[in-house]
Write a protein that binds this ligand. Structure first.
Ligand SMILES: NC(=O)c1ccc[n+]([C@@H]2O[C@H](COP(=O)([O-])OP(=O)(O)OC[C@H]3O[C@@H](n4cnc5c(N)ncnc54)[C@H](O)[C@@H]3O)[C@@H](O)[C@H]2O)c1
Length: 366
């Protein structure tokens, strides 16, 4: 705890950047639900709301954060702030005794990144460097970073283990921004042994909190399969396009390693525990997936079973940059974090459907 001038102390805090977004909000609730473990920590969220919904301009907190406070009966410190704003971030570090940072804030739409590379590099790389500078200024060296299996590019072997080459066949500025940030973090760790960095390489997060009160709420047409299927099921979209059925996979459609967002969130809770291990330091990349791949047609069938709704779909041509299959080697996450995904594909579909059917317009009520 940091001592204050009047002799009192500030509670230790976990700073969550992008904590109002999909994975961030589920991680915040996972931290708050850990009775005992993090109950003496404050949770501080910084988010510029570029992809999070706030009910009204004068509403102090975005909807996801407001709902989490309601569900947990706990208070979250929220700052509507861009991570590129070094002065604003410094105020956050002055106001709280930040112990570690979980860094989600980023732009994440792969297609959009091809059209707007500068915006993506600005937000994802400049923003991340600004955050690191402020962390260093305040002597905070513990970081969990949201990386992606995208850094592996076209798989040279499956399952994808952390030793697989990264950065070789990346097709989008988004993917490159995640890869570049990992390289920057490695350089930081080489330059100063105080840094402790865990880069979690997510496979395909899906699902929603079991309450059905928070979930993925993409603005505009969803880029990812599961929210697209869910919006078709609820009647917001008429039909799903399946990009290619001539891949060398179980049924010709693309195969991905889908992971329940609550499992993913728990991976972060496990990761920050490593910071307490004596002698822990340096850069560590760890996959978070289930180790099992499902095809697009298998996902559609599972969602139809969970929702009782028919999902109309049309097979169209392959999408450029898409790969046939990827799934994770998850042995390092078992060994290092003591973590494994426990939720099934049925859980992923049932929880997505609970969220989508009770919130057809996401956090917007109309
Ligand atoms: N969801 C996925 O499929 C997936 C897969 C792999 C990696 N990731 C990574 O996980 C992280 C979280 O993803 P998500 O799905 O929750 O996305 P999201 O868009 O739901 O959440 C990101 C949050 O960050 C905020 N944000 C964006 N730029 C910011 C900035 N400059 N300053 C402050 N806040 C900013 C957004 O408003 C949003 O609330 C991202 O870094 C993403 O690249 C996501």
């Amino acid at each position: 705890m940091r001592p204050l001038a009047n002799g009192a102390t500030m509670r230790p805090s976990i700073l969550v950047t992008g904590g109002a977004g999909y994975v961030g909000s589920h991680t915040v609730i996972a931290l708050l639900e850990r009775e005992g473990e993090y109950s003496n920590y404050d949770i501080v969220v910084v988010d510029n709301l570029v992809n999070a919904y706030s009910r009204a301009p004068n509403e102090k907190k975005p909807e996801s954060i407001r709902v989490i406070e309601e569900l947990t009966n706990k208070t979250i410190h929220f700052y509507p702030l861009d991570i590129r704003d070094a002065e604003g971030l410094s105020i956050v570090f002055e106001n709280h005794s930040i112990d570690c940072v979980i860094h989600f804030a980023a732009l994440k739409a792969v297609g959009e990144s091809v059209e707007k590379p500068l915006e993506y590099y600005q937000a994802n790389i400049t923003g991340t460097c600004t955050l690191f500078e402020v962390m260093r200024k305040y002597g905070v060296y513990k970081l969990v970073y949201s990386s992606s299996c995208t850094v592996y590019g076209e798989p040279e072997r499956l399952p994808l283990d952390e030793g697989h080459p990264t950065g070789r066949t990346l097709t989008s500025p988004y993917g490159r921004s995640k890869y570049f940030c990992e390289e920057i973090m490695k350089d930081l760790c080489t330059s100063d042994k105080k840094w402790m960095v865990i880069s979690l390489r997510y496979f395909n997060p899906v699902g929603a909190h079991r309450s059905g009160r928070i979930g993925e709420d993409p603005s505009g047409i969803p880029n990812n399969l599961m929210p697209f299927i869910a919006q078709v099921a609820v009647g917001r979209l008429s039909e799903l396009k399946v990009f290619g059925n001539d891949y060398n996979t179980v049924d010709g459609t693309g195969v991905r390693d889908y992971i329940h967002v609550e499992d993913l969130a728990e991976g972060h809770v496990k990761a920050i525990k490593l910071f307490q291990q004596p002698g822990f330091n340096g850069f560590h990349a760890v996959n978070l997936g289930t180790g099992t791949g499902y095809s697009v047609l298998q996902m559609i069938a599972a969602f139809e079973a969970a929702s009782g709704r028919k999902i109309p779909y049309k097979i169209v041509g392959r999408r450029s940059g898409d790969i046939a299959a990827n799934y994770a080697d998850v042995s390092l996450s078992h060994r290092m974090l003591g973590w494994r995904a426990t939720r099934t594909l049925d859980d992923m579909c049932a929880d997505t459907w609970r969220w989508q059917s009770s919130n057809p317009n996401g956090f917007k009520k109309v």
